[in-house]
Design a binder for this molecule. Structure first.
Ligand SMILES: C[S@@+](CC[C@H](N)C(=O)[O-])C[C@H]1O[C@@H](n2cnc3c(N)ncnc32)[C@H](O)[C@@H]1O
Length: 245
């Protein structure tokens, strides 16, 4: 078998979960297991400590934070747990235009949140089945907009629409986190995902995700001068821009 070519993004690959007719049982299992995968590889605890918490503390009032493309909802739930433990009051929203993801998030995450008691009681997250345009049309604005693993799903016009709309939704800052494409990331994921993959799309879609993902310099070129793209940890990239809301 010839080795996978990772020197260029493979935009033609489609992830199984992006098929509206994919197996719903496997999709739900995939969305539910994202919380383990994200805890292991996405580095949001570090992003929270280094970038989000200082921003929330500076506001000196309850903040509004949106996770755009929140999928199964585990990243925004984890952020809500971390902020509750720090005694921060935040209105959290997770929005995803895919009704299957929205349903999974609503079903799973509020149970998880009940297990955490912050100084202001259990945190909660509002989950909406909506894309950025619907949120803008509804007049929603946030202090911070984040996303995880959405950028690599999008084609070139979709990437610009998504990132521009995320800036319009934010009056403060925008942070989009994703995988950085690379041979080592691909090889380690192929081995490491094995125990978590049965009954899910995690193996096929994770490897396709890496092949669709950007290197930091590619993403910087695609997004343009308003955005700063950095690599906060191995195999990760983060794109940051000021909001325009
Ligand atoms: C790989 S999942 C990531 C889900 C979640 N953020 C996570 O990290 O587990 C990608 C998600 O992006 C959502 N998505 C795709 N295109 C989008 C768009 N234009 N606006 C908002 N969400 C989008 C999909 O519905 C899907 O739930």
């Amino acid at each position: 078998m010839s080795p996978v070519n990772l020197s260029v993004r493979d935009e033609q690959l489609r992830e199984l979960m992006d098929d509206p007719d994919c197996d719903p049982v496997r999709l739900e299992a995939t969305l539910r297991r994202f919380h383990l995968v994200n805890r292991l590889i996405s580095g949001w605890d570090q992003v929270y400590r280094r970038r989000l918490r200082p921003t929330l503390l500076r506001l000196d009032r309850p903040a509004r934070v949106l996770d755009l493309g929140s999928g199964g909802g585990d990243v925004v739930t984890r952020l809500a747990q971390l902020a509750a433990r720090d005694g921060l009051q935040v209105d959290w929203t997770g929005a995803d235009p895919d009704p299957r993801a929205h349903e999974a998030a609503q079903h799973t995450q509020n149970q998880r949140l009940q297990r955490v008691q912050g100084v202001h009681g259990a945190p909660s997250v509002r989950f909406l089945c909506a894309d950025a345009d619907a949120l803008l049309a509804a007049g929603e604005r946030f202090d911070v907009v984040v996303s995880n693993h959405v950028l690599h799903h999008l084609d070139a016009p979709g990437l610009l629409d998504f990132t521009e709309a995320s800036r319009r939704l934010s009056t403060g800052t925008v942070l989009h986190s994703d995988i950085a494409r690379g041979r080592l990331a691909y090889s380690l994921y192929a081995v490491g995902i094995t125990p978590l993959a049965p009954g899910t799309f995690l193996r096929t879609d994770g490897l396709r995700s890496i092949r669709r993902s950007y290197r930091p310099e590619e993403l910087a070129a695609a997004l343009g001068a308003a955005w700063t793209v950095s690599s906060p940890a191995a195999f990760r990239l983060i794109a940051e821009a000021p909001g325009r809301g």
